[in-house]
Design a protein around this ligand. Structure first.
Ligand code: BES
Ligand code: MG
Ligand code: ZN
Length: 491
C-alpha cells in the first residue's frame, strides 16, 4: 500500500471515497473537524444514527458527492494514538470488505491529541490492518477480503513527510516480521532467518556476522548446542551491528529468542499446545525487524541485534531431562525440562553478547513462558529489569506504540527456586508457580556487565483471533516498541 500526503485545501472528485473522523461531540466541534467540502455531511447527518462512538464505522454512498466512510473517534478524553489506530482498523476492514482500493482520509484535528501523533496513528492503523498472510492460498476467492492499494492523507501538520516516513518504515517492517513468523517452520528455519538477516548488510552502517555449527562448537556454547542436538538443521548465531552514532562508543543490544519450532523436545508438547510453535522465533523476528527499521531510519544510535537460532525437536540425539550442559560462560546447567529451551539459548546469547560485544544495555525479547500468556492473556507483555531507567524507556515506548508491557519483580527470593542438586543451576523451578519470573530469574543469572531488561511476549506475539489492527496469528508485537525505545535510549 502506498500512502501519500496532501495539504488540507483540496477538491474531491465524485468517484472518490473519503474517510472522515467524527467524535461524540457537539455541532460546534464537529464543524471544525469537517473540511468545508464535506460540510454537507455535518448539515444533514442524523446524529441519532451515527453517534461518533469509538470504533463506530458507517459507509454512505452519494449520487453526486464522494462516498463517505464515517469513523467514530469517541468522547473527548478517551481519544489517543491507540484509539485512533483501532478506529482506522475498523474503517480499513470496511474498505477491504467492499473491495475499496483507494481512499482519501482527512486526518482529524482533536483538542487532546497532538497533530503529529494523530497523523502517525492513522497511517499506522492503515498499514497494520491492511495485512493478510495468503502466500499459500492458490485460489484468490471473490469472497476474500481485498487489500487497500493506496491512501491520501490530508493534513496541515508540519513535517508530515518525515512523520509518514518513520511510520512507513516501522509499519512495513512490522508486516515483514509477521510474514517471517507466519511462514512455515520449514522455510523460517535457522538458515532461512539467517538469510533474511544477511540481506540487511546492504544498509549503510550495517554489518552481519553469522556463526555456524562449527564456530558455535568452537566457542563452546553448550546450551545452544544442547537444544540443537535433536535437529538436522544447524544452529546459527547471527550478530548484526549498526553504527549510527560515530560520536559514541555505547551500544544497545537486542537479543531475540529464535526457536524456529518448539516441540518441547523429550518433554514433548501435547496436541493443543504444539500447533503454533513455529511462532517461537517471534522474539528473533521482532529483534531483526526493529534493528532493520532503526538502520533504515538512520537513527543516530549504535545497535546490535543478536539472534540465537535453532529448532527444539525430537530424535534419539535430543538432549534429555537430567543431562547437564556447560554454558558459554562456564555455568553448568541441569536440564529439568527440555521444553524450557528458550532460556538456554538466550543464556548463551546473553553471555556471548556481554563478553564479546560489551554493550551498555541489553534488551532480550522472547516467547518464553506459557505462564506469561496465563497471566496477561494476549493483551500485554510481561517484562523484568535490573535497570529502572531502561524499564521506563521501554514502558513509555509501550504506551506510545500500543505494544504495552507490564513489570514483574525479580526479587532475590526467587533465586533459590532454580537451585540444582547436581549442577550450578537448573532450567526449571522446584515449584510450579511464578513461571514467568522464574524464566527471568534464570536469565538474570547470566547477566554481569550490562544494564538489562527481558520482555516475555509469549502472549502478545500471536493472537488466537483478530483484535483491531492486530490480525489473527503473528502480530509483529515488539517491532514498533523496540524502535521507539531505541529512539529514546541515550546512547
Ligand atoms: N515456547 C514456550 C512458551 C510458550 C507457550 C510460548 C505458549 C507461546 C505460547 C516455551 O519454550 C516453553 O515451552 N515454556 C515452558 C517452560 C516450562 C517447561 C518451565 C512452559 O511455559 O510451559
Ligand atoms: Mg519450550
Ligand atoms: Zn519455546
Amino acid at each position: 500500500m502506498n500512502l501519500s500526503l496532501k495539504r488540507k485545501h483540496f477538491k474531491f472528485k465524485n468517484a472518490d471515497t473519503v474517510m472522515l473522523f467524527l467524535g461524540e461531540v457537539g455541532a460546534a466541534e464537529q464543524k471544525k473537524t469537517l473540511p468545508p467540502e464535506c460540510s454537507f455531511i455535518g448539515r444533514s447527518l442524523d446524529r441519532s444514527y451515527f453517534k461518533g462512538k469509538q470504533s463506530e464505522v458507517i459507509f454512505i454512498p452519494f449520487a453526486d458527492n464522494p462516498a463517505v466512510i464515517l469513523c467514530g473517534t469517541g468522547k473527548k478524553g478517551e481519544r489517543d494514538a491507540e484509539s485512533l489506530r483501532r478506529c482506522v482498523a475498523g474503517a480499513v476492514a470496511l474498505c477491504r470488505d467492499r473491495h475499496i482500493e483507494h481512499v482519501h482520509a482527512v486526518v482529524p484535528e482533536l483538542p487532546e491529541v497532538d497533530g503529529a501523533i494523530a497523523l502517525s496513528a492513522i497511517a499506522e492503523g492503515m498499514y497494520l490492518s491492511n495485512y493478510s498472510f495468503d502466500r499459500y492460498k492458490t485460489k484468490k476467492n471473490n469472497n476474500d477480503t481485498g487489500r487497500l492499494k493506496g491512501a491520501v492523507l490530508y493534513t496541515d501538520v508540519s513535517n508530515a513527510a518525515m512523520i509518514l516516513k518513520k511510520v512507513a518504515v516501522t509499519a512495513r517492517n512490522t508486516l515483514l516480521c509477521r510474514d517471517l513468523i507466519n511462514e512455515t517452520s520449514e522455510k523460517s528455519d535457522s538458515v532461512g532467518i539467517t538469510r533474511e538477516a544477511k540481506k540487511l548488510a546492504g544498509i549503510p552502517g550495517v554489518t552481519c556476522t553469522v556463526y555456524g555449527r562449527r564456530e558455535i562448537e568452537k566457542m563452546k556454547m553448550g546450551l545452544l548446542l544442547a537444544v540443537n542436538r535433536g535437529s538436522k538443521k544447524p544452529p546459527q548465531l547471527v550478530v548484526l551491528k549498526y553504527r549510527g552514532n560515530r560520536h559514541s562508543s555505547k551500544y544497545l543490544a537486542i537479543i531475540g529468542k529464535g526457536i524456529t519450532f518448539d516441540s518441547g523436545g523429550m518433554n514433548l508438547k501435547p496436541t493443543g499446545h504444539i500447533e503454533d510453535m513455529r511462532t517461537d522465533m517471534a522474539g528473533a523476528a521482532a529483534a531483526l525487524y526493529a534493528f532493520k527499521s532503526a538502520a533504515e531510519l538512520r537513527l543516530k544510535k549504535n545497535l546490535y541485534a543478536v539472534l540465537p537460532l535453532t529448532e527444539n525437536v525430537l530424535s534419539s540425539d535430543s538432549y534429555r531431562p537430567g543431562d547437564v550442559y556447560t554454558a558459554y560462560n562456564g555455568t553448568t546447567v541441569e536440564i529439568g525440562n527440555t521444553d524450557a529451551e528458550g532460556r538456554l539459548v538466550l543464556a548463551d546469547a546473553l553471555a556471548f553478547t556481554q563478553k564479546n560485544l560489551k554493550p551498555d544495555s541489553i534488551v532480550d525479547i522472547a516467547t518464553l513462558t506459557g505462564a506469561c500468556l496465563t497471566t496477561f492473556g494476549e493483551i500485554v507483555a510481561g517484562y523484568m529489569t535490573t535497570d529502572d531507567t531502561l524499564g521506563k524507556i521501554l514502558e513509555d515506548a509501550g504506551y506510545a506504540t500500543g505494544d504495552r508491557i507490564w513489570k514483574l519483580p525479580l526479587f532475590k527470593d526467587y533465586e533459590e527456586n532454580i537451585k540444582s542438586d547436581i549442577a550450578d543451576i537448573c532450567n526449571i523451578s522446584a515449584e510450579k508457580n511464578a513461571g514467568t519470573i522464574i524464566g527471568g530469574t534464570f536469565l538474570k543469572h547470566f547477566m554481569s556487565t550490562a544494564r538489562w531488561a527481558h520482555i516475555d511476549i509469549a502472549g502478545t506475539a500471536r493472537h488466537s483471533k483478530q483484535r483491531g489492527y492486530r490480525p489473527k496469528n503473528a502480530t509483529g508485537f515488539g517491532v514498533r516498541l523496540l524502535v521507539e525505545a531505541v529512539i529514546n535510549w541515550r546512547g
